[in-house]
Design a protein around this ligand. Sequence first.
Ligand SMILES: Nc1nc2c(c(=O)[nH]1)N[C@H]1C(S)=C(S)[C@@H](COP(=O)(O)O)O[C@H]1N2
Ligand SMILES: [Mo]
Length: 406
Amino acid sequence: MKRRDFVKKATLSSFATLIGTELVFGSQMLKGYTPLALQDPDPFKMFNKNKEMIVLNDKPWNIEAQAHLLDDKITPNSCMFIRNNGLIPENIDPKEWSLTIDGESVKNKKIYTLAELKSKFKHHSYQLTLECGGNGRSEFDPPAKGNQWTVGAVHCASWTGIRLRDILEDVGIKNDAVYIGYHATDKHLSMDPNKEPISRGCPMSKALQDETILAFKMNGEDIPVVHGYPLRLVAGGWPASVSGKWVNRISVRNKIHDGTKMTGTAYRVPCKPVAPGEKVKDEDMCIIESMPVKSIITYPKTGALISKGKSLNIRGHAWAGELEVSKMEYSIDFGSTWKTCSLEKPSNRLAWQHFSASVNFPKPGYYEVWARATDTNSIAQPMLLPGWNPKGYLNNACHRIAIKVK
Ligand SMILES: Nc1nc2c(c(=O)[nH]1)N[C@H]1C(S)=C(S)[C@@H](COP(=O)(O)O)O[C@H]1N2
Ligand SMILES: [Mo]
């Protein structure tokens, strides 16, 4: 029985037993009131998250990082954002877990146990950048409905698993395969068993890449439940919604996957730019594929105070969807002039890259440090908000921090 249900049925004496001492004024408590000491554990404890993470929603749980929490080269669980569309699965038994590969374009449907997957196929580890398509949504005007992510819906953890390609080769796929779609065990908020909270996917070309894996480890340990234990699809560089958590079925489709959140305005943007607030027809919306070039300053924290004459070492990460970041710059004069940052190569394809720079300020006062990444196609981040779209996706505007020199 869940703690919450238990608490509902509990009597005063059972409260006392749970708390470990007498509730002195317990008889004065309102009927149905749950003493604070017994209320559901806080999300930071529940998910092992840093206390500075920001809860955007608790039904379902959606929690984001702040820029300075993302300072690690490989994001630890404590600072990874959480994005759920439905209810987190409970009582997962890895011994009972299986993965079904089916769909119009498989030769014969096949079911693997988790143990079979782990023993049969070669293991690979990659650092993979996963950014929610809606990261930065809070800036759009007219505003877009949905979680109001600021900058913290991105992480780059190290994932270990098996290549989706290896499994699909083992199953045997037909020539007419165009897309894969995942299915998972999280429940729809309505609890309707016939509804899926989300079931997305990607074209075969992305599904067959070396780095597209079914992961069973994150940062060298079992994946935390909230991030997809015991099996998660990880497809770096694309909207993180492609990376299905709690995956138990992958369908190989002979058409674009038509699961929940593949159609309408979900994870789709106008194929051609539109004016803010404009209505866009369904057929004029295109599925988001590779994420755009972007970066984040993770040190110092915005608002830092420094002494005059001292240079400031800034650092952060940059990523560019399927591409690499080729240049990283910063500006302290609102984008009038730019200086180069040093930029590391990614540790593998689709991992974010680390940058740093030593910044000098001419005199005491207020400054903003803006950071701008450019990808290998010479596309740079826009300084301000890019193209408006109905659901507020793909905001890759330059990140900026405030600095005071005294
Ligand atoms: N099964 C399932 N997979 C899912 C989701 C979900 O709600 N259910 N959310 C998706 C979205 S929209 C994002 S941004 C990422 C978030 O991954 P994280 O919570 O591990 O950071 O998971 C994706 N995979
Ligand atoms: Mo997302």
